[in-house]
Write a protein that binds this ligand. Structure first.
Ligand code: GCU
Length: 329
């Protein structure tokens, strides 16, 4: 009678025990990569291409096995698993990196980027490179950055201005900055994991959330929150990270193969992104979504106290200045 649960637990624990940590010293390695996005998401497609390239370039000796869709948990869990050796790689948004390195909080600063070119100049230029080094002392190394467009609010009721958000409960990737954004707009922040937002919206636990168009559509949140307000308050990139122990245990040749494939995945993902935003908008509209064009000024004004907060913190103020310095290059 007890055999079934026992077998099931063996099936789970055996792959977990076979972490590549023990195999990094030898040439053949299998890296386990978990993330919380859909298999249709362009970040998944880019990771998939990277896995293929790594396998090809290493003559089949290096493999990356991807576990998508949050099957190993959200970024909080997967980063922790990576830190204690149960997982080799994962993906987290800048907000999810923030508890480990406060510099990443700059991406939560509303309307920081002048335009998409400014954002990409930061992400893939010297400032972005320096930012990526900030997790090195935390047990993992950032090896790729992926664009994620802009995040906007969506809800069960139309939001035309901050005044409409008064009293609403809005899901955020909870950080001190994201919580404050919601509070400054007169609403209350709800720290719900990505994979649980659909049910929370459906059951009325929350009134809305905020994300980019691909995540709004692919998670099917559109079914339970039909009004997407294009206020575009933040641009929060995603990062691919690898456990320092795994990274440091590899040969130079192995690291070079991964670095090159990670770079190529960034290029491929950027190529796919804009088309995916259009595609997601169209499909969301087919499912009944209304996209609302708004005047961003009242949002910008309501959120401006965040700039004063950031200026008071010497560490983040420095990153803010560096990013602002890239605006007109
Ligand atoms: C985006 C982002 C994810 C993040 C998610 C969230 O989809 O790409 O990395 O986890 O938002 O809001 O939780």
């Amino acid at each position: 009678m007890k055999l079934k649960p026992l077998l099931a637990s063996l099936c789970i624990s055996v792959p977990l025990m076979m972490t590549s940590m023990s195999t990094v010293a030898v040439e053949k390695i299998t890296l386990k990569l978990a993330h919380n996005l859909d298999q249709e998401h362009v970040v998944h497609k880019a990771l998939d291409q990277m896995a293929k390239e790594i396998q090809e370039e290493s003559g089949g000796k290096m493999r990356v096995r991807i576990y998508p869709n949050g099957q190993m948990g959200g970024p909080r869990e997967t980063i922790e698993m990576m830190q204690n050796g149960a997982l080799d790689m994962t993906k987290g948004s800048a907000s999810e990196m923030e508890p480990f390195a406060s510099a990443f909080s700059v991406f939560s600063l509303p309307y920081l980027f002048k335009d998409d070119a400014h954002f990409k100049r930061v992400l893939y230029g010297p400032v972005g490179q320096e930012l990526m080094k900030q997790t090195d002392s935390k047990g993992f190394v950032a090896i790729a950055a992926y664009v994620a467009g802009t995040r906007s609010f969506y809800a069960k009721k139309p939001i035309n201005s901050p005044a409409d958000m008064k009293g609403m409960k809005i899901r955020v990737v909870s950080t001190p900055t994201t919580n404050k954004i919601i509070e400054l707009l007169g609403a209350s922040p709800a720290p719900i994991p990505f994979g649980e937002v659909y049910t929370a919206l459906q059951q009325g636990v929350i009134d809305g959330a905020e994300n980019n168009e691909p995540s709004y559509f692919q998670t099917r949140h559109v079914e339970v929150a039909k009004f997407y307000t294009e206020d575009q308050h933040t641009s929060v990139p995603d990062y691919l990270v690898i456990a320092s122990k795994v990274w440091n245990g590899m040969s130079d040749e192995q690291r070079a193969i991964i670095t090159k494939a990670a770079r190529n995945s960034e290029v491929y993902q950027q190529k796919l992104w804009d088309e995916e935003v259009t595609n997601s908008r169209n499909k969301a509209q087919e499912l009944g979504a209304t996209f609302i064009t708004v005047d961003k000024t009242p949002f910008r004004e309501a959120l401006s106290p965040l700039y004063d907060d950031f200026r008071k913190d010497a560490n983040v103020a420095e990153w803010m200045t560096k990013i602002e310095g890239e605006a007109n290059k």
